[in-house]
Structure formats: C-alpha cells, structure tokens
Design a protein around this ligand. Structure first.
Ligand code: GRF
Length: 212
C-alpha cells in the first residue's frame, strides 16, 4: 500500500514512520512520497535524507483551498498513493482531496478527541488541568479533527509538568501510535463502520493499538 505523507513542521512523526519502515515494521505500507506546503520545513529535510521523493505545494500559490487541494491530489496520484497520512500538516483540507481518497486520509492529533480539537490541543488540555491527556489517530472528514477515531493513546499529566513537558510525553506516544495505525490500515485490519472504527486482530510481532 503506497503511503503519501503530508507535513508542515518538524517531521518527528514522519521520522517515526521512516524508522519503522527501515526496520521493516510497517508491514505492507510503503512510504512513497512526502509533500509539504512549507518549502523549508525540517520534515522535508528528513524526507530528503531518507531518500524519499518529495513535492511542495505552497498554499500561498493558490487562490483558494480547492485549487490547493487539487495540486495535492495531482502530486499524490502521480506517485500512486493509496493512503494519505497527515503528520503535522497544518492546513485544513477541502472536499477535493477527501473525495479523491475516500476513507483513505488519516491524521494524528495531540489530544484525546473529541476534546481539544484544533491547533492548540496540548495547550488547551494543559490549561484545562486534565489529569489524562494523549493523542488520537483518526480518519479525516470535512470538519477539523472530527473524523472517526481509529486509535488513541493516553498519558498522565503530572503535577510538575509544564505544557512543553506534556507535549513531549504526548509526542512520544504519537511516534508509537501513528506507525502502528499505518501498518494496521495497510494490513487491511482497520474497518470503518459508519462512525465506528474496528481494528481487527493484531498480526504477530506488531504492537497492539493500545489505548491505555
Ligand atoms: C504533532 O503533535 C501532531 O499531532 C500535530 O502536529 C505535530 C507535528 O509534529 N498534528 P511533527 O512535525 O511530526 O514533529
């Protein structure tokens, strides 16, 4: 299964995928291309270093979201992408991309959805003084962080944490959860039934999609 990863930032989740693939722990998932809207982001540097093909679609070159999305679709299709992974991709997608890859776009979010959607999930969880935080991998729908939840991982919030300490603890879980979900999707073990997602039996040698 060809995987296209869209990134905008530091790319540590992309790196987790790259490292897992190198260790042959991504199952039939094959990282095929990395695309970004931020031409000089570190995530692209990581992709280059790993020898992955890259493309840049700068949203500032497009008059509207649909036109930007069409550029993404064209580039992803050119690389025969089957599954699109948003790994710190900081643009909201329009229907164009979602229609082109129905049920085949996943996102990682650094909060236990449906709590704290949007770009400040960690900060908001910290400010809300929750005792348990975490991350979510979900299918992308037309809302912001509203799509069907595939898997979640929880972490404690410690009394001595500041929001950066919490962010780091959540990020470490993201690096485990996202590759596990990509592998499960590639192994066709992720079944979408309405809004409910079932993840079928874990293959031997794979980490379970642990929630707690
Ligand atoms: C992660 O926290 C992810 O959940 C969020 O953006 C951050 C990206 O980090 N969507 P990185 O670029 O993978 O290091």
């Amino acid at each position: 299964m060809n995987v296209g990863v869209l990134v905008s930032g530091s790319g540590t989740n992309l790196q987790a995928l790259i490292d897992r693939e190198k260790r042959k722990e991504l199952g039939p998932a094959k990282l095929t291309v990395v695309g970004s809207n931020v031409p000089d982001c570190s995530a692209l540097a990581r992709a280059r270093l790993a020898g992955l093909p890259i493309f840049i679609a700068d949203h500032r070159d497009h008059a509207d979201r649909p036109s930007f999305d069409r550029a993404l679709v064209e580039a992803l299709r050119a690389h025969q992408v089957d599954l699109v992974v948003l790994a710190g991709f900081m643009r909201v997608l329009s229907g164009e991309l979602l229609d082109a890859f129905p049920g085949r776009v996943v996102n990682i979010h650094p909060a236990l959805l449906p709590a704290f959607p949007g770009v400040h999930g960690v900060r908001q969880a910290y400010d809300a003084a929750v005792k348990i935080a975490g991350c979510t991998v979900h299918f992308v729908d037309r809302g912001v962080d509203t799509g069907p939840i595939i898997a979640q991982a929880a972490v404690p919030v410690l009394d001595e944490d500041d929001d950066e300490a919490l962010r780091a603890r959540i990020l470490a879980e993201e690096h485990r959860l996202l590759p596990a979900v990509v592998r499960a999707v590639a192994e066709r073990r992720v079944v979408l039934e309405g809004r409910r997602v079932r993840v079928l039996g874990t293959a031997p040698g794979t980490e379970p999609l642990r929630t707690l």
